[in-house]
Write a protein that binds this ligand. Structure first.
Ligand code: PMP
Length: 456
């Protein structure tokens, strides 16, 4: 029996606590959209309304919606052997083959993987493995993890603490006390400070203050995503790599958004030729079709941990999930076979040109940025004089709502006073016409809002 739309709304409103949503709004109004179908860059809701997905849902549906090959890969694996664990020496073929493939995709000697079911689990795993690695090397005090302001690393106890966005970092007063947030702000780059060491200097002083004998690792996203799409200045990642080498600290690259072609390279760090000690991945590995994540680690880390003669007391029920890994493998095959990274590189210019057009035409649009298909821009009341919109105006949320009314999904970031950032990260299979459609909708939406904002 089919459940009516109003009934679905009612059940959701009453019985689901939504992630990263205002509970009182959902409890009163129910969900904004209930999705039912997707194809390519488009999704449809249960009222048969179509939208362009300008953010690949949560930056993850990289090969686009409705991909039957991924569905078939899941079906075939599920009917053969749906689930088995990697505990107690058990394994399965898709998990093994994917490990080999991941080694080919990763830079340097990051040939080894610990599987998880998502991004937060991957980061928490990386923190534990970093500490465990140092213990095994005889450095039992190296426990501290340093992360950056506006970094987003997830919501489990360690990842939450590493996240440099206050609301997440302090949610319900929980968190790992051995994780520190350096006041290293990628946005300094946007303020025109271009000396490489400057950006790394707050991480350096934090390591020196705490004592490198206490610090296990530095974690950062090569390009910050949920912090507002912040590009690192050239030299930044190299400086962090150098610093980590100098201080005997591991470098962890959180590639949960940047991985698997989002920025036009295999991983974000590849733009700067930097090889971290660990890479955390999730999202794009399966294009979101199946929950899967993991930590890639260097041969040195793997071989040190391999000397441990007792049980490795860490693991998830779904570590190395065969159906998830089969989807991951197929997804990488599609990315390679269809030359999707080449598409990202050619579409980068189209998207950047579109953003430039918006910036030239609309006086409130500023600070456009893009790498591959990971883009952002900001709204300011007076960009020339650096004057932001006042918070109650909710400029970025208003624009996102307006675009939604024109059937485009994009995302606002406004978690700091005066911050009005918009993120655009469409599926990597997008074409020129579809990018222009996105730009046209933003253009129209801005024109409609501008008369309101001009009266402020
Ligand atoms: N790291 C980054 C860079 C992310 O963008 C996210 C999710 N947006 C996470 C970690 C957390 O991943 P998950 O939600 O799968 O736990």
């Amino acid at each position: 029996m089919q459940t009516s739309i109003s009934k679905l709304q009612e059940i959701d409103r009453k019985h689901i606590l939504h992630p990263t949503t205002v509970p009182s709004v959902n409890a009163q109004e129910g969900p904004k959209i209930i999705f039912s179908r997707g194809e390519g860059v488009r999704v449809r809701d249960i009222n048969e309304k179509n939208y362009i997905d300008g953010v690949s849902m949560l930056w993850n549906v990289n090969v686009g919606h409705g991909n039957e090959e991924l569905a078939s890969a899941a079906y075939e694996q599920m009917t053969a052997f749906a689930y088995g664990s990697q505990f107690y020496g058990f394994s399965n073929e898709p998990a093994i083959k994917l490990a080999e493939k991941l080694g080919e995709w990763a830079p340097g000697d990051l040939n080894n993987v610990f599987y998880t079911s998502g991004g937060s689990e991957s980061n928490d795993t990386a923190f534990k493995l970093a500490r465990f690695y140092w213990q095994k090397k005889g450095f039992t005090n190296k426990k501290i993890i340093i992360s950056l302001t506006r970094g987003y690393h997830g919501v489990t106890v360690g990842a939450q603490r590493a996240t440099g966005i206050e609301a997440f970092r302090d949610f319900s007063g929980s968190g790992d006390p051995n994780i520190y947030n350096a006041k290293a702000h990628l946005t300094n780059a946007e303020k025109g400070d271009t000396s490489d060491q400057n950006y790394a200097s707050s991480v350096r002083s934090m390591i020196e203050e705490l004592g490198s004998e206490q610090v296990a690792a530095v974690i950062l996203e090569p390009i910050q995503g949920a912090g507002g799409v912040h590009m690192p200045p050239d030299g930044y990642l190299e400086a962090i790599r150098q610093l980590c080498d100098e201080k005997s600290v591991l470098m962890i690259s959180d590639e949960i958004i940047c991985g698997f072609g989002r920025t036009g390279k295999n991983f974000g760090v590849d733009h700067w030729g930097v090889i971290p000690d660990m890479i955390c991945f999730a999202k794009g590995i399966t294009s979101g079709y199946f929950p899967l994540g993991g930590v890639l680690m260097s041969d040195a880390i793997k071989s040190t941990i391999d000397q441990h003669e007792d049980v490795l007391a860490h693991g998830f029920t779904y570590s190395g999930h065969p159906s998830a890994c089969a989807v991951g493998l197929k997804n990488l095959e599609i990315l390679e076979r269809e030359n999707i990274l080449e598409n990202v590189i050619s579409m980068e210019k189209v998207l950047t040109d579109g953003l430039k057009y918006l910036e030239n035409k609309h006086k409130y649009v500023t600070k456009i940025r893009n790498k591959g298909l990971l883009a952002g821009f900001e709204l300011m009341k007076d960009p020339e004089n650096g004057i932001p919109f006042e918070s109650p105006i909710q400029a970025s949320s208003k624009l996102v709502e307006k675009c939604l009314s024109h059937h485009l999904i994009i995302r606002p970031f406004d978690f700091e006073e005066g911050m009005n950032i918009i993120a655009i990260a469409p599926p990597l299979i997008i074409n020129e016409k579809e990018i222009n459609e996105i730009i046209d909708i933003i253009d129209t939406s801005l024109t409609e809002l501008e008369s309101e904002w001009n009266d402020l």
